[in-house]
Design a protein around this ligand. Structure first.
Ligand code: ADP
Ligand code: ADP
Length: 228
């Protein structure tokens, strides 16, 4: 699904990704853990084409991200849903309208949007919040809206950048349970970038440990953290 080979990335003269190799297979919940500044977000942004990389290769569905033009990138991003630490919802729009946004961008009909948004609200368990503005939701509910929006176009992969870092431990558990459920039910590959070991231990089957732009270790979660 996602094949990363020998990727180097520089900001000016600073090398922030150093020979990163990673293979993320279909249907996996793959964790990338490391301290702040390790290069995790930069790597995610390279995967979805928000950042350029000059050296190495990133294949998503066998397509080299760097070689895609704007139109091809837009198509590719349909396959890659993304969620963030601070949810990135539009405050002036309702829950329904937030989830409908990607569908409107791709010119779905009113009926199709209505049907799809209701399905998604049901999937993430917030049907009753449909007409509410984000400020009246809890953190966990906001992340559920963001997840629904990220899934609107039926992506094959969900990229999660510190998706539970702003949530309390119980809410974190329930969001992780939802992600696991989505992985199982819909077969979506999930990439979890995090600095929280609990996140890795709770849902990730494989894990890569990053530090200073490098992958220190990579493998099955059980094998890597057996001794810790
Ligand atoms: P995180 O660790 O949560 O990814 P950062 O503090 O590293 O957050 O980055 C927050 C934002 O600031 C990002 O958009 C990142 O691209 C940008 N940023 C981080 N470090 C620098 C820097 N040295 N120069 C310019 N922009 C930076
Ligand atoms: P992480 O997500 O693991 O916290 P980042 O990918 O955000 O790490 O950052 C990796 C390194 O790149 C950090 O040293 C950060 O300061 C630097 N960095 C991130 N974004 C930028 C940017 N836009 N410009 C310059 N430096 C950046």
């Amino acid at each position: 699904m996602i094949c990363i080979k020998k990727v180097n990335k520089y900001y000016g003269k600073t090398k922030v990704l150093k020979g990163v190799d990673m293979e993320i297979r279909d249907g996996e919940i793959f964790g990338i853990i490391g301290h702040s500044g390790a290069g995790k977000s930069t790597l995610l942004r390279c995967i979805n084409g928000l950042e350029d990389y000059k050296e190495g290769s990133i294949l998503v569905n066998n397509k080299e991200i760097r070689t895609l033009n704007e139109k091809q990138l837009r198509e590719m991003r349909k396959e890659l849903g993304m969620i963030f630490q601070h949810f990135s919802l539009l405050e002036r729009k309702t829950v329904f309208e937030n989830i409908a946004l990607p569908l409107e961008c791709f010119k779905y009909s009113k009926e199709d949007i209505n049907k799809r948004v209701l399905e998604l609200l049901d999937l993430v368990g917030i049907k009753d919040k449909k007409d509410i503005k984000p400020r009246n939701l809890s953190g966990g509910q906001k992340q559920r809206v963001a997840i629904a929006r990220a899934l609107a176009l039926n992506p094959k992969v969900l990229l999660c950048d510190e998706a539970t870092s702003a949530l309390d431990p119980n809410t974190t558990k329930s969001i992780l349970a939802l992600l696991k459920d989505i992985n199982k039910k819909l077969g979506i590959t999930i990439v979890m970038v995090t600095h929280q070991m609990e996140v890795i231990k709770q849902i990730c089957t494989k894990v890569a440990i990053m530090e200073g732009g490098e992958v220190l270790e990579i493998g099955e979660t059980e094998e890597i953290f057996l001794h810790n």
